[in-house]
Design a protein around this ligand. Structure first.
Ligand SMILES: Cc1cc2nc3c(=O)[nH]c(=O)nc-3n(C[C@H](O)[C@H](O)[C@H](O)COP(=O)(O)OP(=O)(O)OC[C@H]3O[C@@H](n4cnc5c(N)ncnc54)[C@H](O)[C@@H]3O)c2cc1C
Length: 403
């Protein structure tokens, strides 16, 4: 029996933050949107992450020459837009999202790290981001909970955190209210292009096959986006990055802001309930399938050495952590691209096929989804995200054959 066939203006694959936020914005542009998610909404990295809103320039953009500096500058401009998006999100989505923008510190333990922070603050201030350099004495006066041995920090008043367990669902609900249709438990099993450029997306839902025909498709499936692109014979250089997160028992309020480290992998914050969340990008380990390759469909395993190292750097920065109990450690798998910048926009070898994946897409997710939806709806790449265009990897598709 022939499978059921329906149509959509845009078919979105992936019910994470990017997919749901894009559905909301695209529906606002008056388009007929269908989103398919193989598990449940927020099942991927969007529901497992640290929830940090970090807008200060990362170290790699400070130390790797002129090109990295230019990329860092674009990201600062985008971060400034992201700050505005986060500040108004609760109002726009019409519900509380546990967004706390009470500031963030990037700490230094050595004089060399403090010099790097001074250089960073200079560059950020030139670009209009109001970071402030604190020396050791100023940092002690500012943050009594942190180690007195720290050399200093860079402070940005707009940084903070939000609750990753509720944000994506808020977008999903809002998208539905605007008319988008969301299907969970629905997996894309095949993606092809018709002669006229329409995409034929085959789905399996509750054991049954059906097909959606769409002029435009958005791959918002994290590291699985690579596999989906492969279905069309296209290559996306996105790699899975399994990471580690931990949470302690509840403590009295002691850490009202986000803490990061300029030289070590560290992110730390305290939730409204008092739990301290510790992460920062320490790898976990993907299990291997029978073919010996990483199994992307099973949760990664905690690597105990990395967990210890993560907790050790956290306790060095905030000694009071040594008095806390660890409640839970979990893993989540996000993805990074070949050049560590997000890949966002239309894939040149496949007109109408868009992707958004890679990088810190919790912090930048709301603004990227908004600008990507504008790009998809208008057909013109939003200037602010041009740096992330998949066009930079177009050579990988030199041998692709599409209708
Ligand atoms: C432990 C951890 C900590 C992090 N901390 C931060 C942080 O503090 N700040 C920050 O900015 N970023 C952070 N990140 C990164 C951030 O979480 C991700 O960049 C972001 O959530 C990506 O969202 P997404 O919607 O692109 O992907 P995802 O949330 O992974 O969603 C992709 C969805 O696609 C679905 N899917 C896949 N294949 C198919 C298919 N064939 N058919 C249908 N559906 C499919 C999946 O089930 C999944 O739900 C962290 C990530 C991790 C793992």
């Amino acid at each position: 029996m022939a499978s059921q066939v329906s149509t959509a203006d845009v078919l979105i694959v992936g019910g994470g933050l990017i997919g749901c936020a894009s559905a909301w914005h695209l529906a606002d542009h008056g388009l007929a949107i269908e989103l398919v998610e193989r598990g449940h909404i927020n099942a991927g990295a969007s529901g497992q992450n640290a929830g940090s809103l970090h807008f200060q320039i990362e170290r790699r953009f400070l130390e790797q020459g002129e090109q990295a500096a230019r990329e860092g500058a674009v990201i600062v401009l985008l971060s400034k837009l992201a700050i505005g998006d986060w500040a108004t999100l609760e109002d726009r989505l019409g519900r509380p999202l546990d967004i706390a923008m009470h500031g963030g510190l990037m700490v230094a333990e050595t004089e060399a790290e403090l010099d790097l922070l001074a250089f960073k603050v200079g560059r950020e201030n030139e670009l209009g981001l109001s970071t402030v350099l604190l020396d050791a004495a100023e940092l002690r006066a500012h943050s009594r909970c942190l180690s007195p041995a720290l050399a200093g920090a860079a402070w940005l008043a707009e940084e903070g955190h939000a609750n990753p367990r509720i944000l994506t669902d808020a977008y999903a609900q809002a998208a539905k209210q605007r008319g988008a249709v969301l299907h969970t438990g629905t997996r894309v099993t095949r993606l092809t292009m018709e002669q006229d450029g329409t995409y034929r997306v085959q789905l399996v839902e509750a054991g049954k096959e059906r097909t959606v025909l769409a002029r435009k498709v958005l791959l918002a499936a994290g590291h699985w986006s690579t596999r989906l692109a492969n279905m069309l014979g296209l290559n996306l250089p996105l790699y899975p990055a399994p990471l580690t997160m931990s949470v302690t028992d509840r403590a009295d309020p002691m850490l009202p802001f986000l803490v990061q480290h300029v030289g070590q992998r560290l992110s730390m914050k305290q939730t409204d309930d008092g739990n301290l969340l510790i992460g920062g990008g320490w790898p976990s380990r993907l299990e291997r399938g029978e073919d010996g390759l990483p199994d992307l469909d099973r949760p990664a395993l905690v690597d105990s050495a990395n967990l210890r190292a993560n907790l050790e750097v956290a306790a060095r920065v905030m000694p009071a952590l040594r008095q806390r109990s660890l409640l839970r450690t979990w893993t989540g798998t996000t993805c990074v691209s070949a050049d560590q910048l997000p890949i966002v926009g239309e894939i040149s070898a496949a007109p109408g096929l868009f992707v958004a994946a890679g990088g810190s897409l919790f912090t930048l997710g709301p603004v990227l989804a908004r600008l990507l939806a504008q790009t998809i709806a208008t057909g013109t790449m939003a200037e602010e995200i041009a740096l992330f265009s998949p066009a930079r990897f177009a050579k990988l598709d030199a041998f692709a054959v599409l209708p």
